[in-house]
Design a protein around this ligand. Structure first.
Ligand SMILES: [Zn+2]
Length: 363
């Protein structure tokens, strides 16, 4: 059959011209042609691909940042759809890992961005490998344990990172520009690090979006502030970056700012260079995810999903793809990742979760 010019053949859709795609951003004086070229060469590591991480990844990919490394340990659930902008209903129904769902979605709106997705829990043993050579790290995690780990790694390496948090209607963020590890002159004046302001992680119960709720607007504000600072850094304008911890409550319109322009004398991390979180001291093997679930990552071994399905089928309902296996046995759902890590839903009792893991997955 003859093709006419109206046929929707693949060649009818030429690739999108970058000059046109980024034209409005190039018009902005803070970016310009040179800034846009720098963004294409840039690489940003994002730790966490939940609400804040998905919003930040979407903004950076649309802005034309050439390479993104996305690290996330979790999978998409229906309760994420209210605020996690890169995921849709089919991702939640499939329980697709967030890092992979984000990679697929970004490819649909900017195929020029290289996305390295890691379905993994960021821990001291893998932080250097997973973040690779990303010169800037964005915090989009939901827990202080990981933030202090990022702070140790970033200060040790002399790499900038940007803290961001959102809970309820509240959003907070802070730029951390450490001294270069080599002792060479930095392109920036060093700021305070996370431990300069807060020497110890908060103790006792911490509010999470699973206990206190969250507005998607708070997430998007945190991500917008974080990504704007990222654009300043990537276009070679670190002197324009804010040097304070800033927070907003969108519901009450309260705003606060704490100066963080200089490192605190005597800070154990950036002053004494003691990196206890990076060394993994006292790190628990089991992490509570905040919702009605427990994560177990004691066994760092690859899993054969087909063999595991055969083993689990007599005991409950099993589904798997190449990224994860879901085993449902009321009232619990066990989600097993390829590295042997599991999230057990339906309990907050670590002993129950451990015993389910030992019984069904083994040691
Ligand atoms: Zn410090």
């Amino acid at each position: 059959m003859q093709h006419t010019s109206l046929d929707p053949s693949p060649t009818a859709f030429p690739s999108i011209d970058d000059r046109e795609r980024y034209s409005r951003q190039i018009l902005f004086p803070g970016i310009g042609e040179e800034g846009q070229r720098r963004l294409r060469e840039a690489h940003v590591g994002i730790v966490g691909c939940g609400a804040t991480g998905a919003a930040a990844a979407s903004l950076l990919a649309r802005a034309g940042v050439g390479t993104l490394t996305l690290i996330d340990r979790d999978f998409v659930e229906p309760s994420n759809l209210q605020r996690q902008v890169l995921f849709d209903e089919s991702d939640a129904l499939e329980a697709l890992p967030k890092a992979e769902a984000a990679r697929r979605k970004i490819a649909q709106f900017n195929s020029g961005v290289q996305v390295r997705s890691h379905v993994s829990d960021l821990v001291p043993e893998n932080i250097a490998a997973l973040l690779g050579d990303a010169p800037l790290i964005l915090d989009a995690t939901d827990n202080f344990e990981t933030r202090y780990l990022i702070n140790d790694f970033a200060v040790e390496q002399g790499r900038p990172w940007i803290y961001a948090a959102a809970i309820g209607a509240y959003a907070a963020t802070m730029n951390i520009l450490p001294r270069p590890a080599s002792g060479a002159d930095a392109a920036w004046e060093p700021t305070a690090c996370l431990a300069c302001l807060f020497p110890k992680p908060p103790s006792g119960p911490v509010e999470t979006c699973d206990t206190s709720g969250i507005l998607s607007t708070a997430v998007n504000l945190a991500a917008s502030l974080q990504v704007t600072e990222t654009l300043k850094f990537l276009t070679g304008q670190p002197e324009r970056m804010r040097r304070s911890l800033i927070s907003f409550d969108l519901w009450t319109s309260e705003r606060s700012e704490i100066g963080a322009a200089k490192p605190r004398t005597g800070c154990t991390v950036c002053g004494q260079r003691s990196f206890t979180h990076l060394e993994g001291a006292d790190r628990p093997h089991i992490t509570l995810c905040g919702r009605n679930s427990v994560q177990i990552h004691e066994h760092h071994r690859p899993v054969d999903f087909a063999a595991m399905r055969d083993r689990l089928t007599p005991h409950g309902q099993v589904r798997f793809n190449n990224l994860l296996l879901r085993f449902e046995r009321a009232p619990h759902t066990l989600t097993l990742f390829a590295d042997g890590r599991a999230i057990i839903q339906g309990t907050t009792d670590v002993t129950v979760a451990r015993s389910l893991y030992a019984r069904f997955i083994g040691n």
